[in-house]
Each structure stands twice: as C-alpha cells, then as structure tokens.
Design a binder for this molecule. Sequence first.
Ligand code: PMP
Length: 366
Amino acid sequence: MSEQLENLNRLPLRDDLRGLTPYGAPQLDVPILLNVNENTHGLPEHVRRAIVAEVESAVGGLNRYPDREFTQLREKLARYLGHGLVPENIWAGNGSNEVLQQILQAFGGPGRTAMSFPPTYSMYPLLASGTGTAYVTGTREADFSLTPESAAAQIRAQAPNIIILCTPNNPTGTALGLDVIEAAYEAGEASNAIVVVDEAYAEFSHADTPSALQLLPGRERLIISRTMSKAFALAGARIGYLAAAPQIADALRLVRLPYHLSAITQATANAALTHADALLSNVEDIKGQRDRIVRELTDLGLDPAPSDANFVLFGGMENPRAVWEGLLEAGVLVRDIGIEGHLRVTAGTEAETDTFLTVLRSLLPA
Ligand code: PMP
C-alpha cells in the first residue's frame, strides 16, 4: 500500500468513501489536448474584452455578497434556451457537476437510489457515493443505444428515485430518442423518480436530434441539465445550469451553499451570454471535424461509434494502449476511458484533427 493511501486510511473517513478513486483525467502538458471534451477553439477577442469589462465592474462590488438568486443570469439562460422557459425554470451552479450534485443532495441520499446506463459519465457513481445515494446500473444494446422498451423495463425493475440519462452520452456520443426519455419518465412514475437528462453536449447534436427541453411542459419530475463548459468554450469559468419546473429550483435552494455563484462567475456568464452567437460560432466547425473523424476512422478500418457530441469513441485497434502512447509521444493526448479496446478523442480544430489522424494512421498496421 502506498504511503499516501496508508495516511488516508488512518483518517476516520466515511466507510462508503474508503477505497474510492477521485475523478480525474491526466492533466499533462501536451501541445494537443483532446482528452476531456473541451472546446479547443479559444474565445473570440471581442468576447474576451466584453467578459473582462463585465468582471471589472463586478470587482467594484466584491465587498458585498453576490446576488444569491443570480437573477440576470437566469433571465439570460431562459432566453438562450427558448422553449417558452422563464427565469423561474432555471437554476445554475459552478459547473453542471455541482448542479448534478445538488440534485442528488435534494432527491437522493441514504436509503435512496440513483440509476444510469453505462458506459456513461463516470462522475455519476462518484456523485452518488458522495451524497450517500445507492447507485444501480442498467444496460444498453451492443451498439450503446437504448430502446424505450428496454429502458422502461429496467427502470420498473429497479424502481430508482433518480434516473440519469446522458444524451448525447459521454463517452459513447450516442444520442437518445425523445421516446426513450418519455418512456423512462413514465416508467419512473411508480417510484416518483426524478429524471435527469444530462445534455452537456446538446449543442453539438446533428440537426435532426431534438433536445429534451420540449418534453418539459407537464412533466414536473423532469430536469434538463446543461453546461457552458463545452459549446460555449468556458470550461474554466465553471458554469452549469438546468431547466425544470420552478419547484425543482425551490428544492435545490434547500441544499445549495449560500451565495454559491460568485459575482465573478455571474459576470463572466452574463457577458458570455450577451455574445452567445459569437461563442457558439465554432460549433458547426467542431461538428464537421467530429463527422470527419468518424468518416476517416471508418476508412482506416476502425470502429467509431456514431456521435452527436464533440468527441468520438472508437474501437477496432489491436493494441489501444500502444496507440494511446504513440499519440502521446507525438504530442496528442486522447482518453482511455476504460472501455476495453476503445479510446475517445475530442474533435478539436481542423489542424488538431489533421495531426491526430496523421499520427493515428502511422500507428496502425499498414
Ligand atoms: N455531464 C457530462 C456528460 C460531462 O461529460 C461533463 C464534463 N465532462 C459534465 C456533465 C460536467 O461538466 P461541467 O461541470 O464542466 O459543467
């Protein structure tokens, strides 16, 4: 046992946290970072300046606590999402991870169960254990899809308190049909389950893949979670949010820390949303690179999963570890997400994609 682990084990840590590994992709100093699904395009210069100006004016009021209700931000997010949403439908946190944690704090906890369908976002089980919520898993088809019938039957069998459906799904890129979400919601009625649809990557979806936002009217147990970390290229600012019935926000007010969204965070998000069109202008380019990766990997005889996100999961390599290492040696970091035989690559700029594909080609048997 390592000294670090021995030191940790001496502490009176909660039993259910013993032996867990913290979340964390390697943060290596590599020229081309395609491992954590960030938006690799920088922020346009005029948007940077607008953010700096709004932050500067917020700095003048830093002696006071920020607006606890982040009123302006909720107005702007409601307007951005459309679908007839109003500020009362919106809640936000420091990244959608925090929003998801608050959902588990409010609706999960000891004696309660959260359910999702792996392979999916690896934070869900960690958020469950951190909040004392039991975590159960369902299964997908071999191609990572999920049918309405299968989702409903598995949910009825488990009767969870919280169902988390990630679409487009990390790490597979798979989008779920609205019929799957409707079926999951109906199947969750028996256990009065909260249904969270994690749409962190929604903006990258193909045009014919609809958002679950349109399912919100009349469904008070449904929550759509979003983030500004991906399409908005603001991962460093830590801004996530959700849309749901107003009583969901009321529930989260019971568990949020006082003034959890700093004045700096609110100013950054407000300025960014004023310039949403400019920030989102790279999304089409990223989608093009994503589709190109799927096409070219297929041509190389590999096995990429269809993706509605800004990344591609691919298999078909004889030695994925050697491919991962070969890419790293050439300065390209991709992600081994623990699915045997597979790697995941983020769609970056055209130049980054060029390099990734060229190096990859050189690593495969001729
Ligand atoms: N959901 C999914 C599916 C994700 O992949 C991520 C980020 N990797 C998040 C939520 C959390 O993102 P953030 O906290 O930056 O909003």
